[in-house]
Design a protein around this ligand. Structure first.
Ligand SMILES: [Zn+2]
Length: 205
C-alpha cells in the first residue's frame, strides 16, 4: 500500500464551506459588514424548482428556454452574532457598491443593509451602504465565495463552469455569445433584448 497519498485534511476544494446563503427577506436584513473586496456573480436560471447557474456549454437552463437573471454574492459578517454568510445581491445594488468602492477604495469593511421596497417576496431590493466603525484589518478574511457557490450548485467539474460575471454588458455578451455554439448564441440574443444595459466586465474564473 505504498501508493496511498496520506494527508491530514481534505483538499480545500473537497471541504464544504458550509456558510448559509442569505437573501433579502420581506422587510430588511440587519446591518451586515462586507468581508469581500469584490462582487462575484453569475447568471442563473430557475430550473426544476431551484436556481441553477447558466453554463457556458450545453446549458440545461438555456435548452429549456428559461430566463437568465444575474445575481451577485458577497461574504458578510453579522456583527451582532459574528455569523458569517453569503449575501445575495441584485443588479441594482451593484452601482451603489461600485460607487462606494470608488469613494473609499474597497467595499471591504462597509456596512450593508438590504430592504425590499414592497412586502412582496420579489419586490425591488433597496441597498444602503455606509462606512462602518470596524477596522478592516481586524475583520476576518473573506471565505471563498466562488468555491461556496460551486459547491452549492454542484458544478465543480472543470469542463463546464458557470460563467462568473458582473451584470451584463450587452456588447461583451454578444461577443462572448458569438464564440459559443449556435443554440447559446440564439438564446443570448433573445435574452439580451429583455435586459437593461449595465456597465460591467467579465471576471475570468
Ligand atoms: Zn444558460
Amino acid at each position: 500500500m505504498n501508493d496511498i497519498e496520506w494527508t491530514t485534511a481534505p483538499k480545500t476544494k473537497d471541504k464544504p464551506i458550509g456558510y448559509q446563503l442569505k437573501r433579502c427577506p420581506c422587510g430588511s436584513t440587519p446591518p451586515l459588514i462586507i468581508l469581500s473586496d469584490r462582487i462575484i456573480g453569475a447568471e442563473l436560471h430557475w430550473l426544476g424548482g431551484r436556481s441553477s447557474p447558466h453554463l457556458k456549454h450545453n446549458c440545461p437552463g438555456c435548452l429549456a428556454k428559461t430566463a437568465r437573471v444575474w445575481k451577485g454574492y458577497l461574504a458578510v459578517i453579522d456583527p451582532r452574532t459574528q455569523q458569517l454568510s453569503c449575501l445575495e445581491i441584485t443588479p441594482p445594488c451593484v452601482d451603489a457598491l461600485n460607487s462606494y468602492a470608488a469613494a473609499w477604495g474597497s467595499i471591504r469593511g462597509a456596512a450593508i443593509r438590504l430592504s425590499r421596497s414592497t412586502t412582496k417576496a420579489n419586490g425591488r431590493i433597496k441597498i444602503e451602504i455606509t462606512q462602518s466603525t470596524y477596522a478592516t484589518e481586524r475583520l476576518p478574511q473573506p471565505f471563498d465565495v466562488h468555491l461556496l457557490l460551486e459547491q452549492m450548485w454542484q458544478t465543480t467539474e472543470k469542463t463546464n463552469k458557470p460563467q462568473m460575471t458582473t451584470p451584463r454588458n450587452p456588447q461583451a455578451e454578444k461577443e462572448a455569445a458569438e464564440e459559443t455554439d449556435p443554440i447559446l448564441k440564439r438564446e443570448a440574443t433573445l435574452h439580451e433584448k429583455k435586459t437593461t444595459p449595465q456597465n460591467g466586465e467579465k471576471i475570468s474564473t
